[in-house]
Design a protein. Sequence first.
Length: 102
Amino acid sequence: MLRWKTHAVRTNIDLPASVRDHVPPHAQNIYRASFNHASAAHAGDVRQEEIAHRTAWAAVKRSYVKDRDRWAPIEYEWPSTLIQWIEADRLAGKRFRIATTS
């Protein structure tokens, strides 16, 4: 079981070495914010620390993937049909408008 301080983590330097030494700074920010939120949400729970760490790792894994020995950002691509549709409308001079009611 993880044993680590369960108070708010103020900086990335305060993160455990398993996070600080292995994931990029942006992923550390995600981990820190998620850990702090989950820790506060589960205050008083006997599993507070475990839940906070699991939640933080899950948040990192939504934006990063482990590629051999490094963490790389997940690159999302728009579906090609959506891009083609937007491009066709742009070329036709169409613009999105917000409908208003009087």
